[in-house]
Design a binder for this molecule. Structure first.
Ligand code: BES
Ligand code: ZN
Ligand code: ZN
Length: 464
């Protein structure tokens, strides 16, 4: 579907249907829409950012359900500069439908959306400026939908190898350099990552993406958990918890979406995306409770529970990143690390963890502007006392002397693998709940939400 910001007024544009946005209407109360002849009247009772996105999502779904119009036109009536994003978000997020596994796919007639250069209030920017803005939000939302598609895809279609090849193909004609390291490299260079992947015949892959390397920009490293399926390993998950585990790659795929968007927006920043793809399986080769494994820098971890595999993967990825990349300005990791984040804060937010409160608060504040919510899960010094102490190794992989606070404790574990100089430059994002939903929610259908891209881009723009 194509969205064009036409340098024309509404009546100069040819389209099958016009969307008329109304602030007030006594005819439109319970139902927000009314179709008459070639016009669809839509009531947006308040012009809040998220209301616009939600209602426009419903509009697109309604139009696609009727499936009769090839083109629609819409004016920016009542939509100010700041809210244009909300409109584009609704148009594109609303048109996403996960049909990969349906045998009959309805062909969607709607191919073109024209936005007229017409407004009740004067827009404060020129046509060219608004056009650039619209195009940027098109890029962001297309990447959100791409991210949703991959996270929604089942584990057999997204094995580490398939996903790495797909990433490589997807980035072929971009200015992102794509390095893929296979099992043999991982075995010697990231041995803990290798160990958690041993149980699967699908070999692990490390994907290191680089954008603007060696330029004089600020340098940001994004580290992602890409467990393509998490059975829990020998500490097997009960079936009702295992069912969702194709989503355990969400962190890595979100980062892929972020770096791809950054490159398409040509942002002046150096970005490294370090994605670890692994399948946590149960087999006679799988790593076992009681094993002691070694990370890249020879720290030893005693395995108490093979289901706490994400933090082990991240430990090695952090060590790799800090060895390979010098003078990092910011280092953020995205992961579906703990189920307990849902008990702690519910399913509509991500947990945000780190030593630097200022950085955390900035991220939380900026994200709200794009309707993505993060909740600060603060460390306190008691969490750092002995909870990962092992009798026979440097660390255990799940806390032995602490009750509750599992998500914060996930952060405490990762902290052990972070150089001192980066402690204040790090944020850990636990996105377990919000990455994937079971019921339609606002402008999200069942499945992957694509959470993290909008806020990630907005925050990184701020950091530049
Ligand atoms: N991938 C899971 C976390 C998860 C849970 C993701 C539910 C999506 C939905 C992670 O690897 C895991 O199993 N974590 C354990 C940690 C525990 C053993 C300390 C958990 O949350 O139970
Ligand atoms: Zn697990
Ligand atoms: Zn996991």
């Amino acid at each position: 579907m194509k969205i064009t910001y036409a340098n024309k007024l509404l009546n100069e544009i040819e389209a099958n249907l016009e969307i008329v946005l109304l602030k007030r209407s006594k005819y439109l109360k319970t139902n927000n829409m009314f179709l008459k002849e070639k016009k669809l009247y839509v009531k947006i009772p308040n012009y809040k950012f998220y209301t616009i996105t939600e209602i426009i999502t419903n509009v697109i779904k309604y139009i696609n359900k009727i499936n009769k119009y090839q083109s629609i036109k819409i004016a920016l009536y009542g939509i100010t500069n700041k809210k244009i994003q909300a409109l584009i978000d609704g148009l594109l997020l609303g048109s996403y439908d996960f049909v990969r596994y349906k045998s009959k796919i309805k062909e969607i007639k709607l191919k073109e959306i024209f936005i007229a250069n017409e407004n009740y209030q004067e827009l404060q920017f020129s046509y060219e400026e608004i056009k650039l803005k619209i195009n940027n939000h098109i890029i962001i939302n297309k990447n959100i939908n791409l991210t949703r598609e991959i996270i929604n895809s089942v584990a057999d279609d997204t094995t580490p190898e398939k996903i790495s090849n797909w990433i490589k193909e997807e980035l072929e004609n971009t200015n992102i350099e794509c390095l893929i390291k296979d099992k043999n490299y991982i075995r010697t260079e990231l041995p803990a990552f290798y160990d958690i992947s041993k149980g699967s015949t699908n070999q692990p892959n490390l994907v290191h993406l680089k954008y603007n390397e060696h330029k004089e920009f600020k340098k940001i490293v994004l580290i992602g958990k890409g467990v393509t399926f998490d059975t829990g390993g020998i500490s097997l998950k009960p079936s009702e918890y295992m069912y969702d585990m194709k989503l355990d790659k969400a962190g890595a795929i979100t980062i892929f979406g972020i770096i791809k968007t950054i490159s398409e927006l040509q942002l002046p920043i150096e970005v490294h995306a370090i994605l670890g793809f692994s399948e946590n399986m149960i087999s006679n080769n799988a790593y076992k409770p009681g094993d002691v494994i070694k990370t890249r820098n020879s720290k030893t971890i005693e395995i108490m529970n093979t289901d706490a595999e994400g933090r082990i993967l991240l430990a090695d990825l952090f060590e790799y990143a800090q060895d390979k990349i010098k003078d990092i300005d910011y280092i953020f990791d995205y992961a579906t690390l703990t189920g307990s984040v849902i008990s702690a804060i519910g399913q509509y937010s991500a947990g945000i963890i780190g030593h630097n409160s200022k950085l955390k608060n900035k991220m939380i504040k900026i994200s709200r502007q794009v309707d993505e919510w993060y909740v600060d899960l603060p460390f306190n010094r008691f969490f750092f006392e002995d909870c990962y102490k092992s009798n026979i190794a440097d660390y255990v992989n799940i806390p032995t002397s602490s009750i509750g606070g599992g998500t914060i404790l996930g952060g405490v574990f990762i902290d052990n693998f972070l150089d001192k100089k980066y402690k204040n430059k790090w944020l850990h994002i636990d996105m377990t709940g919000v990455a994937f939903i079971k019921n339609r929610w606002k402008y999200h259908e069942y499945g992957a939400t694509g959470f993290g891209i909008k806020s990630g881009i907005k925050f990184i723009k701020f950091l530049i």
